[in-house]
Design a protein around this ligand. Sequence first.
Ligand code: XMP
Length: 484
Amino acid sequence: MFTKKLEEAKPLVTFSDLFLLPGKTDVDPDNVNLSTNITKKIRLNSPFIASPMDTVTGADMAIAMARQGGIGILHRNCSIDQEVAMAKKVKRAESFVMKDVITISPEITIGKAKELMRESNISGLPVVKNGGDVIGILTKRDVRFADNDSLVSDMMTTKLVSAKANISIEEAKKLLHKHRIEKLVIVDDDNHLEGLVTVKDLERRGKYPFSTRDEEGSLALGAAIGPFDEARALALDPYVDVFVVDLAHGHNMNAVKSAARIAEKVDAEIIYGNLGSDHSVADIVSVMEDVAGLRVGIGSGAICSTSVVTKASAPTLYSTIQVASGVRELGLDIPVISDGGIKNPGDAALCFAAGASAVMMGSMFAGCRESPGQLLAIEGKMMKSYRGMGSRGAKAVRYALDRYSKPAKGIPEGVEGFVPFRGNVSDVIDEFAGGLRAAFGYAGAADIAGMWEDAKFGRISPQGLRETAPHDILITPSSGEEYS
Ligand code: XMP
């Protein structure tokens, strides 16, 4: 029996084991199409997802990712209220019709209104009474030289330009221009406030033409939840497009069953993971038929110590091949998301050749300006903090919030440290997308489906790997050594 186990040991291929074989092509890398679906509904122009980790994805990262055509998944190492506040911030960042509008009542003082404008960084507030009837709008222009003790009702503009929710973007632009105003109030037939269209939002929309948006024009957003955290899911559901059920070991049937119960109660789609084997797919879909995406890879992340501590591992490339095969063998069409250990565009290209629809990255985005961590100089180099969600520090936060979680003293499965500062998310995505396009070009693929079909692997030995890397040269810093 044990001899058989050894004979059946699987080759756990990692990024260092395989290369892409150059193939025949008539595709110019500039014309490679990187758009992809990560669920049934969500389509990205850039196949990149920021990990749900507390040093990677807060509201600013999620906003930046969606603007660049990817998506961010808010971390859950915080209270439910804090995660909801992050989600609201993303959804409010820009939209066509903003739904979650901050309003004021006519009886409050101009001083209070100014305070609210300052706190929420808003230049105009609809004035409502009786819980939603719009009677005016108060803008910065109205309050600039007004006495702080006067009332909103005395200073507000009552000549309102309003429209109905079905107004098109072009019609809204025309109305805003005609009346030379900054804000258009959206009301229903009974003059109840339904939303707000602002010039600022329309301008931003033009600035990010490849951004990922929901049906209403707001930036698209994902949020992590635990498989047993129904309260969190219900609180977040109005503000997110997709949940990522966030587990180190997703092939846990109690967790899938619980996640499936949550799935029935929410509107957002569900990505489930992490998985690492072909046969796990049948088990997951037998319980959660509607699962919209599968996140794969166990123990490969830059901050993971799971493989060392437990000797359990399904490296990301291996997991991608396994799960993507499992999905296809069942005749299903569920996007597979490769997660963990992606250090450069080549690693990502291997994931696409292995059947992935998108790649999730922690370390790469933790180094960006928009991640929550602090920027600091260490030995003359600019760095940002980065830690595993199973690290001692991250677990301590969780334990402080939820005394029923496992004590922080339990063995850590992640480490804490610093990653090089990489600039803006837009720079990292541009560089990664450029590298990916080049890789697709070599492999002879015009798009991600082309990589699934046409890209071929070659195996390389450890000696070969060394030989094919830059050699016999003292490399000039910043000439390409940042992608190892
Ligand atoms: P990269 O390499 O992109 O990996 O930084 C990010 C992914 O690593 C996973 N993750 C962990 N895995 N212990 C682990 O074994 C941890 O503490 C930990 N924290 C995050 C996660 O899948 C993430 O997307």
